[in-house]
Design a protein around this ligand. Structure first.
Ligand SMILES: [Zn+2]
Length: 291
């Protein structure tokens, strides 16, 4: 048995080495093929990744990738800063990233392998089907409210490249729910949790995690209560839900650490917490990766 185990572990090791070599091979082949695009980190699902384009290169994804209500396959150009740096969000559970790179007026479709993470799952069975979904009237309100937020994410600012991030709640008690965790109700996989929940007493300060501009405010959303959204530029948006007070105005510019509002329990919340999201356009990513 011990012998078999050793064979197994050494096989696992060999497998790891082969995978690594394969990845290097892909990266090398890729640069040999005439493009110099690079990513700063490994490509992982549910992650905001930073990258670098070479002079004269342009980068695109299809409109439907962005999850902002445009479901066609037309190409959307990813706006880099003056140094060619760009940001891109990879959706949860997506094992491949397909982009189009343009150089010398020639467009080429390229796919990168994405490593999948293991996300928390909670199985709930035996629920009456009616309890799993809200009633029609509530549902219509939820849909129209989420549409308004999606539309606000269609246009981002390209003045300041968001480089450094800090948590929006500096004095939280605990993270009560991680990004990506999901409930499996009656064997139906629900979408992963769209953000991070920071539990803290009502009134705890919520501050800006990076510079940006307030692009959406709602005093009473069905699910998220008092809600604020900030555009940090280059497609990155943050949102704040269940607040008890809001200290910013629409179109206001904020700097890192500026007061946005305070923790509450408005909307559908079982206790006081901040539900905090980071999206790249409409692609949800794990905020905790940034801190
Ligand atoms: Zn939440």
């Amino acid at each position: 048995m011990i012998c078999n185990y050793k064979v197994y572990t050494s096989f696992k090791y060999t497998y790891k080495v082969i995978t690594k070599l394969l990845l290097y091979y892909i990266v090398i082949t890729f640069s040999v093929s005439g493009y110099a695009l690079t990513f700063d980190s490994e490509l992982i699902d549910g992650k905001l990744v930073y990258g670098q384009l070479a002079d004269g290169e342009k980068l695109f994804v299809q409109n439907n990738y962005l999850n902002i209500g445009k479901n066609d396959k037309n190409l959307f150009e990813i706006h880099p800063d003056k140094q060619g740096r760009f940001i891109l969000g990879i959706p949860q559970d997506k094992s491949e990233l397909s982009v189009v790179i343009q150089k010398d007026n020639v467009k080429k479709e390229v796919s990168f392998p994405v490593s999948l993470r293991t996300w928390d799952e909670e199985f709930v069975t035996g629920l009456p089907p009616k309890k799993v979904s809200p009633n029609q009237q509530d549902n219509e309100r939820i849909v129209s409210e989420s549409l308004a937020m999606r539309q606000a994410r269609q246009v981002s600012d390209f003045n300041n490249f968001p480089n450094a991030w800090q948590r929006p709640v500096l004095e939280f008690k605990r993270i009560s729910s991680q990004f990506g965790s999901r409930r499996i109700l009656n064997n139906v996989k629900k979408q992963g949790h769209s953000g991070t929940d920071y539990a803290a007493p009502i009134g705890t300060a919520i501050t800006a995690p990076a510079p940006g501009k307030v692009v959406y405010i709602h005093p009473d959303m069905f699910l998220t209560g008092q809600t604020v959204m900030i555009d940090h530029g280059f497609g990155v948006f943050s949102s704040y839900s269940h607040m008890s007070s809001i200290n910013v105005e629409l179109n206001q510019n904020v700097n890192t650490g500026d007061l946005i509002g305070s923790i509450g329990q408005t909307g559908r919340a079982t206790g006081p917490h901040l539900h905090f999201t980071i999206t790249w356009y409409g692609v949800r990513v794990n905020p905790e990766d940034l801190f």
